[in-house]
Design a protein around this ligand. Structure first.
Ligand code: SAH
Length: 225
């Protein structure tokens, strides 16, 4: 009886089982294994179906340890980088978040599993439309996607407790610093396209900005309209 049930189970949800196992293994080896400890970040990384955020032809590589092309010259970041940026941002259920560079919508989904609301802006209109449709289909009601240049942030919803930029800028856009709440955290890769890029953390304390360099990274360039 148990054997029949388990066979029926296997054939009812074969895909689900496979990806759940891959996701748990990804978190074990690439995320927790490299020092990410924030329990909410780990929970979100175990939950969000990354394979549904990559193009069909890369579906079997979705949980691998590298970024993947999502078209239009853009990429979905490596899982570890997504987890690292999430942990550094110190997300919790009270926080209002702004992301610049929606791309596939994966980072937005990870954040939305933890924070109150995610506002996210994408400069490539096709990607903005695709990710908005994908996130809606997956049931995310606390993510608002906008198509446009994120340089100026999203003043009408500011201030933000967390601002996460997923494209590398030569300098930190001033409007983003202005739209950061008191004790807010801005995580952004800074540097030119071919050259050295550093992930920076900016924290606003008593209206002043404290800057910290985190690590060397490689992101697609921050573009302007
Ligand atoms: N967070 C994404 C990663 C996408 S890569 C994910 O989880 O899949 C970075 C994205 O930033 C690209 O889609 C690129 O088009 C976008 N981008 C670059 N400059 C931008 C800008 N000024 N405003 C908004 N999006 C921008």
């Amino acid at each position: 009886m148990i054997i029949i049930f388990s066979i029926m189970w296997k054939y009812s949800f074969p895909q689900t089982d496979k990806y759940v196992a891959e996701r748990n293994e990804m978190v074990r080896s690439q995320i927790a294994g490299r020092g990410i400890t924030n329990s909410e970040t780990l929970r979100a990384m175990r939950k969000v179906p990354r394979h549904l955020f990559v193009p069909e032809q890369y579906i079997n590589e979705a949980y691998n340890d590298y970024p993947l092309s999502i078209g239009y010259g853009q990429t979905i970041s490596q899982p570890y980088i997504v987890a690292y940026m999430t942990e550094v941002a110190r997300p919790n259920s009270k926080k209002k978040t702004l992301e610049i560079g929606t791309g596939s919508g994966y980072q937005a989904a990870i954040l939305a599993e933890i924070v109150d609301t995610v506002y996210t802006i994408e400069i490539v209109p096709e990607l903005a439309n695709e990710s908005a449709a994908r996130l809606k289909k997956l049931g995310y009601k606390n993510i608002i996607v906008k198509s446009g240049d994120g340089y100026n942030g999203w003043a009408e919803h500011s201030p933000f407790d967390i601002i996460l930029v997923t494209a590398a800028a030569n300098e930190i856009p001033k409007p983003l610093i202005d739209q950061l709440a008191e004790n807010g955290r801005l995580v952004i890769p800074v540097g030119g396209p071919g050259g050295i890029q550093e992930l920076m953390l900016l924290v606003k304390k008593n209206g002043r900005i404290e800057k910290k360099r985190l690590s060397f990274v490689r992101f697609v360039p921050f573009k302007r309209l």
